[in-house]
Design a binder for this molecule. Structure first.
Ligand SMILES: [Zn+2]
Length: 166
């Protein structure tokens, strides 16, 4: 590890088998600002695998081909869905033509701010539509399964919950 204080160790699974270690340059993170308290509390309130993918999207160190290629986990940085551009976080979320349908749903459910990477990765209100989008693309289905957030507990569900006995 370099001694500039801006790198950290990371690892990735390639082909579900090989663990590859890599240096992460924090200066090249997608979201350059430190996460806000509100964002961190959001992250703490959702299931771990959802929190993990959000953190990876923010840092850019995620199992998308641009990053995987940089750390020698795949042969090509190209997006496997459209094969037109490197599969970066912004390509995956904002531009890939193969996910146009999923992106329309994201726009419908989250509004115009879903067109900006910063809002998409930091606005608590966009969390559910964002995770729905990621799920709809199917990009992480093999490794992470269903990525939709569990339904929020309804009033009816609260009423149905048994009252603990003393
Ligand atoms: Zn693409």
């Amino acid at each position: 590890m370099s001694n500039d204080g801006h790198t950290l160790q990371a690892s990735c699974w390639a082909n579900g088998k090989d663990l590859v270690n890599a240096q992460i340059d924090l200066n090249k993170c997608v979201a350059t600002s430190l996460p806000s308290k509100a964002w961190l509390s959001t992250i703490a309130s959702i299931p771990r695998r959802h929190a993990s993918i959000l953190f990876q999207l923010r840092t850019g160190h995620i199992a998308l081909n641009k990053h995987l290629h940089r750390i020698n986990c795949v042969d090509s940085p190209l997006c496997p869905a459209c094969e037109e551009a490197p599969e970066s976080v912004d390509h995956f979320l904002l531009f890939c033509p193969a996910y146009e349908r999923a992106r329309l749903r994201l726009l419908f459910e989250g509004g115009p701010s879903t067109r900006g990477l910063h809002a998409l990765l930091s606005d608590r209100k966009l969390l559910r539509p964002l995770l729905q989008y990621i799920h709809d693309t199917g990009r992480f289905k093999r490794t992470l399964g269903d990525l939709r957030l569990p339904k929020e507990p309804t009033h009816e569900a609260d009423k149905a919950r048994p009252v603990p006995r003393r």
